[in-house]
Design a protein around this ligand. Structure first.
Ligand code: GLC
Length: 482
């Protein structure tokens, strides 16, 4: 039965090769979890400069293929590498992908039109078709539309079940309508009759929602939130039309590589039975980053892209009060310039008590997950969130806003029932945020017994992909995978 089914993930980023956000974590770990269930899983990504710089020597050349559609008329090479049980493929196009960044270019619509056409045309030339195409975010939103219209004469392509997962509805891939004929080779009628029209142009995200067999997003709460105006990003009415095919499946993490018991990067390994060793990670981090070394102080961490979505302004807004608590604060991340600037200034104000690490470093991030006592994630919205899962796994209690996946994965402390895995607040309001942070810090200093209990609970939460992988398989089956 099912076992020999082939699933192909099409995405714009994935670990261990390339990462700009949480999407890469999912693409780097869910396929393996599906492979563990017995499926044949592969992933296809664009071959970006950054991948070439780090991995090119290890990649295998699969072949050279023709890509001909709309304005594209070129040959492209396909490379691959097996990573554990998953085969990763990379599609080359020097003009489109060998640039410093991943996205944010004026021709993004064209770049990802090329990528999606290339996936189908390589498939046809290799005569190797998956049973399921699992597409992710706007970059691959046209996959189902292309299969249904542009490639509809190919029986094998028509048979493929199309799944579309929304990791963040705020990034929609909205472009000028011309792209339909200039790059996608789809009829303009899709714009004129309103099917793909969005804000007077066309939307890749909308196409994914309209044409796929099943749609999912990365938590139950977010799946409900996006059906309403507040979180719907103007796409709520489109989503409501497909409500019966919309699933909410919460993300997991790779529990092997994120394990405080074996993590080779942190200062001292520990597990739920040797929590007392965790403090060595605090003092190690303090030393490394130039904070005052103290085992006792409550260390608060944050690892994030610094964007408005992540609620960084709540922190900046209350920074004086926050630093008025007896804590140390470590923030790691890059993003909007104003945030970076404000954080750098604040760091100077609170020497040896606050550090802003302005960059991305997997090493320092892990040391923060292991060394901190509390982890901040006061997001304005959060489809799922990965960091709170990692921090729980390391026994670092998340302080989160009750939205999206944060609400689904963090159980707030209940002092009467002695339950919980972290702390949460509801209103996106600096006072509410500060209030709950102070409560968490108080618990740390005044009730170590409950604090430890929460840490134990958090570390015992199952944050693996196992359950969610089974749900994805159910969704594939409901979409028609035999
Ligand atoms: C996006 C979302 C984040 C989610 C991730 C992976 O980055 O903002 O909440 O966890 O995708 O699905």
């Amino acid at each position: 039965m099912a076992k020999s089914r082939k699933i192909l993930f099409v995405a714009a980023e994935g670990l261990p090769y390339i990462k700009s956000g949480g999407l890469a974590d999912v693409i780097g770990s869910l396929p393996q979890a599906l492979a563990d269930e017995g499926y044949e899983v592969s992933v296809v990504l664009p071959l970006y400069s950054k991948i070439i710089a780090k991995f090119f020597d290890q990649l295998e050349l699969v072949g050279t293929y023709v890509v001909k559609a709309a304005k594209f008329d070129t040959t492209t090479r396909l490379f691959s590498q097996k990573h554990k049980d998953v085969t990763f493929y990379f599609i080359e196009h020097a003009g489109y992908f060998e640039r410093d960044g991943l996205y944010g270019y004026g021709d993004d619509g064209e770049r990802f039109a090329f990528f999606q056409h290339a996936v189908y045309q390589i498939m046809m030339q290799r005569k190797d078709y998956p049973d399921v195409l699992h597409n992710h975010d706007w970059h691959t939103g046209m996959m189902a539309a292309l299969a249904r219209i542009r490639y509809a004469s190919n029986k094998e392509i028509v048979k493929i079940r199309q799944i579309y997962t929304i990791h963040n509805l705020a990034f929609q891939g909205n472009f000028e309508a011309d792209l339909l004929y200039s790059a996608l080779e789809l009829p303009m009628s899709l714009y004129h009759d309103g099917t793909l029209r969005f804000h007077n142009g066309i939307s890749y995200m909308k196409a994914g929602i309209v044409f796929s067999d099943k749609i999912s997003t990365v938590s139950n709460t977010y799946a409900t939130e996006i059906l309403g105006q507040a979180f719907g990003e103007n796409m709520d009415s489109v989503l409501r039309e497909r409500q019966h095919d919309l699933w909410g499946i919460v993300n997991g993490i790779d529990i092997e590589s994120n394990d405080p018991k074996t993590d080779p990067i942190i200062f001292e390994n520990y597990d739920v039975n040797s929590l007392e060793k965790k403090v060595k990670n605090k003092t190690g981090l303090q030393q490394q980053l130039g904070l005052r070394v103290s085992e006792d102080v409550c260390l608060v961490g944050l690892v994030s892209r610094l964007t408005w979505q992540k609620g960084i302004n709540l922190i900046l807004n209350k920074l004086k009060d926050i630093m008025g608590l007896d804590i140390q604060l470590v923030i790691l991340g890059t993003g909007e310039q104003q945030y970076e600037y404000d954080l750098r200034n604040s760091e100077n104000m609170y020497k040896r008590r606050m550090v802003y690490y302005g960059g991305y470093s997997d090493e320092v991030a892990r040391k923060i997950y292991a060394g901190a006592d509390l982890f901040l994630m006061p997001s304005m919205f959060e489809p799922c969130g990965i960091s709170q899962l990692i921090s729980m796994r390391y026994g670092t209690l998340p302080v989160v806003r009750e939205t999206g996946g944060l609400k689904d994965t963090v159980e707030p402390y209940n002092q009467f029932e002695h339950k919980g895995t972290g702390f949460s607040f509801y209103n996106f309001d600096p006072e509410d945020f500060f209030h709950v942070l102070r409560m968490a810090v108080d618990l740390y200093y005044l009730n170590q017994k409950d604090f430890k209990m929460l840490q134990t609970n958090a570390m015992n939460v199952d944050v693996s992909w196992k359950k969610s992988a089974k749900l994805y398989i159910q969704m594939y089956q409901q979409a028609g995978m035999k």
